[in-house]
Each structure stands twice: as structure tokens, then as C-alpha cells.
Design a protein around this ligand. Structure first.
Ligand code: ZN
Length: 294
């Protein structure tokens, strides 16, 4: 089954809810980056989160980047969604693999580390992008993003993301949810929601039981006027191209390009997000220099 995200409201639009099924998306990330079970869970949770955050944004050309930077061995985790349902990402050290935690779970918290930051960059077409940074709470990603919504955007929320990895290292299931509360919501609704969330063991457990995004939202918000508004297909796709690479070279400016030419080497680059290699030969560099001079 293909991956998708649903966007919904509940309780007379006072609750916003998003849920995602991201198994193939995270499997593709695993294959591109050769991820271990631990780094697969870490990047998978981050990709699922950024995908849901993008679907929550309103503008057609909005872009969102999520960066998790802790002091653990995985290094930076970067996930980008420049279009609803399209994501890409990478981790600093994809080879990190840790023993299961005491609870028998993939130890994402230890891989990420507890000291560090969550940064969200939202480009909604204004002169400057909106950048919000908060301190990491647990390194487990879901709780860290919930804290970001609360501390940086002043929106109380609940975030759950999970990746289930099989014995062979393949992704068996991946998904998550974000529930946001609008201001002035009645206490009794908050209490009801908290109770529903307490009854969820983990997203991974729901996925193990075959829950789809609609089922996850029903499980949490059933009986609270859940109203599914939209379904968006989700996939991993990189938008890099030779043209983009050349544009970046032109942006270096005349002097830098002249330096590259004088070194007499072709320029090579590898895309962080998809591993694709790009090459610019010396003759093409000279053409780019002419463009940079114009
Ligand atoms: Zn790429």
C-alpha cells in the first residue's frame, strides 16, 4: 500500500490532527543511505514529522526543514518537505547502530543525544524564513517536536512517531500523528484527549496492529467529532538537478570560479539527500564563469 497523510479536525475545529503512514518513504531512505535499524528509526521519525508539518502549512509554495542536532553519535538529522507529500532527508552518521534500550526498543534517544537543539525553518514566501529553535528534551524526536510546538509556536500539541524495523533491517511499518489544540479549548476536552493519549502504548504498537492514519486518529479522537478533510500521497523524492548544482556554482561568484578553473580540476559533488553524483568539467566551468560575469 502507498504512503499517505490525512489532515483532519475534531471538536468543532478546535483540534487539528494529522496522521501519516510512511513505510515505503522510510524504506527508501533506508536504501539510499544504507541506514542501520537505529538510524533508520531516527531519520524515519524525522521524515514522518516534517511530512506532517508540511501538510499543516497553508501556502502552495511553503517549505519546511527540520533539523535535529544532538550530542549523540548520529550527528545532525535533516529532513525537508518543499511540497505536500514530498520529503527527503539525511543523517550525519548513517552507520551508527546501538543495542536495544532497556525497554527493548531501538535507542533513538541515545543515538541523537539529550543535549542539543531542534530547529524548524519555515519558508512561507516572506523575505526571511521563520526559524524556531528549542532545546532537545529526550532525543526521541516525537517529544522534542511537541516541545517545539509548545515553546516556539505556543501551540499545545501531542506528537507520536514510530518506525518498526524487521530482523533483516527493512521497514515493516512507519507512521505518526500530530494533534494540535487551538486556544481557549475547554479543560474537559483537554482532559479527555490526555486520557486517550495515555491509552496509547506507542505509535509502533499501533502500526504493529495494522493501524492506518484514519485508524490512529479514530483511536485518539473517535467520539470527539473527528472530521477527515484531506488525504495527501506521500513519497521520498529528491529535487536535485545538474541545473541546481550549476546555479550554486554560479552563486560562488567570479573569483571563486576562476580559482576552480586555475586549479585545473573538474568539480564534483554528491547530493546529501539522494546520493546522486554531479560533475562539472573545466569547459563547462568556463561557461559558468561567463554567466557569473554577466
Ligand atoms: Zn538529490
Amino acid at each position: 500500500m502507498s504512503d499517505y497523510i490525512v489532515r483532519a479536525t475534531a471538536y468543532n475545529n478546535k483540534i487539528l490532527a494529522i496522521a501519516a503512514f510512511s513505510t515505503q518513504t522510510v524504506q527508501k531512505a533506508k536504501e539510499i543511505h544504507n541506514l542501520t535499524p537505529t538510524t533508520c528509526a531516527a531519520l524515519g521519525r524525522t521524515l514522518t514529522s516534517v511530512a506532517m508539518m508540511r501538510v499543516m502549512m497553508k501556502g502552495e509554495k511553503d517549505k519546511v526543514t527540520l533539523v535535529i542536532k544532538g550530542d549523540g553519535p548520529i550527528g545532525n538529522i535533516v529532513a525537508v518537505s518543499n511540497y505536500p507529500g514530498i520529503v527527503k532527508g539525511y543523517v550525519g552518521n548513517p552507520k551508527v547502530d546501538l543495542p536495544l534500550s532497556e525497554k527493548g526498543k531501538l535507542d533513538v534517544g541515545k543515538a541523537v543525544g539529550k543535549n542539543g537543539y531542534v530547529t524548524v525553518i519555515k519558508d512561507i514566501g516572506l523575505k526571511e524564513p521563520y526559524i524556531g529553535t528549542v532545546e532537545l528534551q529526550t532525543g526521541e524526536i516525537g517529544e522534542d517536536i511537541a516541545y517545539y510546538f509548545y515553546a516556539s509556536e505556543q501551540v499545545p500539541s501531542a506528537v507520536g512517531v514510530g518506525v518498526l524495523v524487521g530482523k533483516e533491517g527493512n521497514v515493516l511499518a512507519s507512521g505518526g500523528f500530530i494533534i494540535e489544540l487551538l486556544p481557549n479549548i475547554e479543560e474537559k476536552i483537554v482532559a479527555k484527549l490526555e486520557e486517550a493519549l495515555r491509552n496509547i502504548s506507542s505509535v509502533t504498537e499501533l502500526l504493529r496492529n495494522g493501524y492506518l492514519p484514519e485508524d490512529i486518529l479514530n483511536h485518539i479522537l473517535g467520539g470527539m467529532g473527528l472530521n477527515i478533510l484531506e488525504r495527501v500521497d506521500l513519497r521520498y523524492e529528491c529535487d536535485c538537478s545538474q541545473e541546481r548544482f550549476e546555479t550554486a556554482i554560479i552563486a560562488l561568484g567570479k573569483e571563486e570560479i576562476e580559482k576552480l578553473i586555475s586549479e585545473g580540476q573538474s568539480v564534483e559533488a554528491v547530493c546529501h539527500f539522494c546520493g546522486k553524483k554531479y560533475l562539472i568539467e573545466e569547459s563547462r566551468l568556463k561557461e559558468l564563469l561567463r554567466i557569473a560575469e554577466e
